[in-house]
Design a binder for this molecule. Structure first.
Ligand SMILES: [Zn+2]
Length: 240
């Protein structure tokens, strides 16, 4: 597998747009590439489509709404990753598949941002969450009409694949072609950003703590989207 560094180096337009539906997706999926891109001189924008307000909350909210809690956690995650430019929209968490308004807005946002590279889910949605698949579909549709924009899809291998990828949609996950090896410092920042999303109790989902992950989860994988190829996907029943 090739290293992601020459790939990032050769992109002339040093503007990266990271698009995910929910707060925490960006850190779990792309916390490494966000840092590495900045090291290569990229300006990074992180766009989150919803406030994750359907997410379960495992902390005492002290009267704050789920949206408020998650927005604050996102701010902390972004500060841990040193991302200055992040935007969080308020579209309906869990309902992207059935709603349209966000699609137009996302198309406009991508065109206005003029990225050299976009990072998002592939059509497997990784966890098979319908919002993930829907976001992936729209990003792909928009980029197919643009020229000169690279699209990177997150992917997984080995133990992380076991932990994160839904077996029902695993066959739609594109095999990675690019690999990012995080330094221990990058891994530390990534996993601390992930765990800034405290309300999500991700330690349970990942079956680990951030300080173990910092040693043992130091890779991210990506596949380069092929715009011309026909892409297959499938929505499966998902409990939100
Ligand atoms: Zn998500």
């Amino acid at each position: 597998m090739k290293s992601i560094d020459p790939y990032l180096d050769k992109i002339a337009n040093k503007k990266m747009l990271v698009v995910f539906p929910h707060p925490d997706d960006e850190s779990v999926m792309a916390g490494g590439i966000i840092q590495r891109a900045m090291a290569w001189g990229f300006e990074v924008t992180v766009l989150t489509l919803t406030e994750g307000n359907r997410g379960k909350i495992f902390v005492n909210g002290r009267g704050r709404s789920v949206s408020e809690i998650r927005r604050q956690e996102m701010a902390e995650a972004m500060s841990r990753l040193a991302v200055m430019d992040w935007v969080m929209w308020k579209f309906d968490d869990g309902k992207l598949r059935r709603t349209k308004k966000w699609q137009e807005r996302l198309a406009t946002f991508i065109k206005d941002t003029q990225p050299g590279v976009v990072v998002t889910y592939d059509l497997s949605g990784v966890t098979s969450h319908p919002d993930h698949i829907s976001a992936s579909l729209v990003v792909l549709r928009v980029l197919r009409k643009m020229t000169g924009v690279n699209l990177l899809w997150v992917s997984f291998e080995g133990r992380m694949k076991e932990k994160i990828v839904d077996k029902r949609t695993a066959k739609y996950l594109h095999k990675p072609t690019l690999e990012l090896n995080m330094t221990i410092f990058e891994a530390r920042r990534k996993w601390r950003a992930v765990f800034a999303h405290r309300s999500q109790a991700l330690g349970g989902f990942l079956r680990s703590s951030w300080w173990l992950l910092m040693f043992f989860a130091r890779k991210e994988w990506y596949s380069e989207a092929k715009f011309k190829a026909k892409q297959r996907y499938k929505f499966v029943p998902f409990r939100i």
